[in-house]
Design a protein around this ligand. Structure first.
Ligand SMILES: [Zn+2]
Length: 387
């Protein structure tokens, strides 16, 4: 039986971080200094217990699903098709402002859509917002979609009109449509894409498949084992979903980006592959300040704390989106882990009633970042971060 368990350690010689270095095929749901939350079968859980860690069962996976994955909750979220329909409708409502682009196709041939909004003149600063690299993180589709809708519906207000004149927005709410569809029809907790691997297992983790320091770690949170939840793939950009993003970024030369995930309520910035800080002092200060600023904007709305921190403080990952966009292009890049904070609040299965407040609190954070990046002095064209 699959269980969701909490792991603690009261022995300082056996920190929880050690557990994240052992290949046990774990699905890590929460990682804090004093508590790990894992989804795993009973056998690996027994092994962890025998190693001396304290294990407390939170809930069997089936019970978690029947509590949270209800029909009502499902109806509040987009499918790949309803998202396409809604994005098309948004684009058609303001052809002067918006254009819908297919930036690539998934493993199973589904289109990956990007909505381009705002000023199209050469030289305009461009910003990228993405969602749903991970299939089960449905709220990560809704936040960038609601950003697109807000930009269009409020386009004629002075504030939004200024942003749409100063900048150009690219919004890709569903990078992994195959996985998302599978999480709707077959397995609500599916994470990866739907690649058929040579060993018969399915799926590559798109957020471990980017080409900066790709594959340099081999641990449960960034794994070379194809059946693992964080399988990095056979090589960097082996997947059509990450190639679509790679090609868009290479052409558009973005001045900043957010990629939305869930859950845990965090504002993350590079690096993921190393615990070392960004070497360039200006970049280091800028990224941590922007992350802190976004966290403060979020907290002011409904009092929810999204902790700002370097990505590797959650757990180490190699080949994630923001390491690549910052490492390769120097783009100020953030991963926002949306609501909820804990598995007890639903984990990946956020009740649909929380979509609206999650957007409400993320809205001022997005526009804080947008305004800061649109106002910032131009970066040197060939600026490459020192690593
Ligand atoms: Zn994710």
């Amino acid at each position: 039986m699959e269980l969701i368990v909490e792991v603690r350690s009261d022995d300082p010689t056996r920190p929880l971080s050690n557990l994240l270095r052992i290949p046990l095929g774990l699905d890590v749901w929460e990682a804090n200094a004093d508590r790990l939350v894992l989804r795993a079968d009973e056998a690996p859980i027994d092994r962890i217990r025998k190693m001396g860690y304290q294990i407390q069962q939170i809930v069997p996976v089936e019970a978690h699903l029947s509590t949270f994955a209800t029909e009502v909750s499902r109806e509040g979220y987009h499918s790949a098709q309803s998202l396409e329909d809604d994005m098309r409708q948004l684009a058609e409502s303001r052809p002067d402002l918006a254009a819908l682009h297919e930036i690539g196709r998934s493993v199973e041939g589904r289109p990956i859509w990007a909505l381009q909004l705002g000023e199209r003149q050469a030289g305009t600063r461009k910003l990228l917002f993405m969602g749903c690299h991970h299939a089960r993180e449905w709220i990560a589709v809704e936040v960038p979609f609601l950003l697109a809708r807000e930009l269009i519906e409020q386009a004629d207000t002075p504030e939004m009109s200024r942003r749409l004149t100063q900048g150009q927005f690219w919004i890709v709410p569903m990078v992994n449509p195959d996985g998302h569809e599978f999480s709707r029809t077959d397995n609500r907790l599916w994470r990866k894409n739907r690649r058929r691997n040579p060993d018969g297992s399915i799926g590559v983790d798109p957020n471990r498949n980017y080409g900066y320091m790709w594959g340099t770690l081999d641990i449960p949170t960034s794994s070379h084992v194809p059946s693992d939840e964080t399988y990095v793939g056979p090589r960097a950009f082996s997947e059509p979903e990450t190639r679509a993003v790679r090609d868009l970024v290479a052409i558009q030369k973005f001045a900043g980006l957010i990629t939305y995930h869930s859950f845990s309520q965090l504002v993350l910035y590079p690096w993921g592959y190393t615990a070392e800080e960004i070497k360039d002092p200006v970049d280091r200060a800028t990224l941590s300040e922007l992350a802190r600023g976004m966290s403060e904007c979020i907290c002011q709305v409904h009092g929810k704390l999204y902790t700002p921190q370097p990505s590797s403080q959650l757990y180490p990952t190699a080949g994630d989106t923001t390491d690549w966009t910052y490492g390769e292009y120097g783009i100020p890049s953030f991963t926002i882990e949306l609501r909820p904070k804990t598995v007890e609040e639903g984990g990946f299965i956020l009740p649909a009633s929380a979509i609206r407040p999650t957007w409400e609190e993320n809205r001022p954070a997005v526009f804080y970042l947008v305004d800061r990046l649109l106002e910032a002095p131009a970066r040197a064209e060939a600026a490459v971060p020192s690593v």
